[in-house]
Design a protein around this ligand. Structure first.
Ligand SMILES: Cc1ncc(COP(=O)(O)O)c(C=O)c1O
Length: 421
């Protein structure tokens, strides 16, 4: 039996997805939450799938099963089983985003993927690296750190609210790149975080490539939330997390490298496979836990089993639209000023009143902690373009009550602060 066939057999034997009772266990809302997720207590409302995801038990089962296998015979795992399972997982990831198998490896997370590309590019003093004020903070920091160590110049294009249209953003890129000819690499977020704006990445990539600028699309939030066709987007590099919206155990992100460029991309850790093929470079990195990578096909099977993007989108978009309207109406708040077609399907923001405090990192943390400790509601409080906001997510286990509890908490906090002034 060849290695890939053997890996497939392992998967079939261990597949905890097959026997799921769709009606009993997988009906969206309370049922799937109670049957398949492990949220802490009943007095706890979770409205933040976006930050770290949540893992259903069938995927945990697959994970535990593989962890057990590792220690049934560690040598067998590392010397024989790991590579074919990792390669099969990379193939599943590639299929999920419309890439060829040779173009995809799995890495720990989107931040690692961004660092990997930035560090592989051999940037120098003549280069400019472009991010925006809406780029994910950790990845902007990665860009800054690489610029500091290579002498490249960091460019941060300011994006301000309100966002008028997709075309207005594309035009900003055009103008910025025409004025800053030294930009040679752009990191373009697909769904921005924390602001939850869907950027017109295909058009931005075209603008960049017409000017000879290499592009990496940071699609950390896209797999499982948006249809993703990497060839259609056309960037040289792309990353996306499976541990956010595809329910994988944490530590699985794809790194897509367009055909022909694999020979220039190297993992951050040089180890046994460093001088081997693209995939071998990434799988042979000393002794490390790679089980989450190998679980990725199971997470994808779970996602498909519960209805795939169509069913998940139908439930989550209807709930997010209801929850956003309810919060706005109940608390007299406004949504983030972004055109409807640019709003993330499963995440949205409402702008909080100035009475809740200044738009500072300290106040973000204070309020987020208070809402959790006093009301049992986990949400995200964040600052977007000098506005203090609340970001909610919807996922198939959420119910209306999660957001009603959040509304109660915010209402109380607003009342209390109003009484103080
Ligand atoms: C746009 C974006 N990029 C990168 C990341 C980082 O993801 P990870 O923590 O898995 O590296 C996030 C996390 O939310 C994100 O929103």
């Amino acid at each position: 039996m060849d290695l890939v066939a053997r890996a497939k057999r392992f998967r079939e034997i261990q597949d905890p997805i097959e026997n799921l009772d769709m009606k009993e266990q997988c009906s969206f809302g309370e049922r799937i939450r109670n049957y398949l997720f492990s949220f802490a207590t009943e007095a706890s409302w979770f409205t933040n799938h976006g930050s770290f995801g949540a893992v259903p038990w069938p995927v945990w089962d697959a994970h535990s099963h593989l962890l057990n296998r590792v220690d049934e015979h560690p040598d067998t795992w590392f010397r024989r089983d790991l590579n074919p399972l990792y390669f099969a997982a990379c193939d599943a990831a590639a299929k999920f985003v419309g890439a060829s198998n040779e173009e995809v490896v799995l890495v720990d997370n989107a931040t690692t993927a961004v660092n990997t590309v930035l560090r592989s590019l051999r940037l120098g003093e003549k280069d400019g690296v472009m991010v925006t004020s809406f780029s994910y903070a950790a990845c902007s920091i990665a860009a800054r750190a690489v610029c500091e160590s290579t002498g490249a110049k960091l460019h941060v294009m300011e994006i301000n609210l309100p966002i008028i249209s997709r075309e207005s953003i594309v035009q900003m890129y055009r103008e910025y790149l025409d004025e800053n000819r030294d930009v040679t690499f752009a990191l373009v977020d697909h769904i921005t975080s924390p602001s939850a704006v869907v950027m017109p990445v295909k058009e931005i990539v075209r603008v960049c490539r017409e000017r000879g600028v290499k592009v990496m699309v940071d699609a950390a939030h896209s797999p499982g939330q948006l249809p993703l066709d990497v060839k259609d987007i056309g960037a040289q590099f792309l990353t996306g997390n499976f541990h956010k919206w595809v329910f994988c155990t944490r530590g699985s992100a794809l790194l897509y490298v367009q055909d022909g460029l694999q020979s220039s991309i190297y993992p951050l850790v040089a180890s046994h496979g460093y001088y081997d093929s693209f995939r071998e470079r990434f799988v042979s990195q000393a002794t490390r836990d790679m089980v989450s990578f190998c679980v990725t096909p199971t997470a994808i099977s779970f996602f498909d089993k519960i209805g795939g993007l169509v069913a998940v989108t139908e439930y989550n978009t209807s709930l997010i639209s209801w929850a956003t309207d309810m919060l706005c109406e109940h608390l007299s708040l406004s949504p983030l000023p972004v055109p409807p077609e640019m709003k993330a399907p499963f995440m949205s923001l409402v702008v909080l009143p100035p009475s809740l405090g200044p738009p500072t990192p300290e106040n973000e943390k204070r309020l987020m902690d208070k809402i959790f400790s006093d009301y049992g509601v986990q949400t995200v409080i964040c600052v977007v373009d000098r506005r203090l906001c609340c970001r909610i997510s919807t996922q198939v286990y959420n119910i209306r009550q999660d957001y009603e509890k959040l509304a109660e908490a915010l209402e109380n906090e607003i009342k209390q602060t109003n009484n103080c002034v």
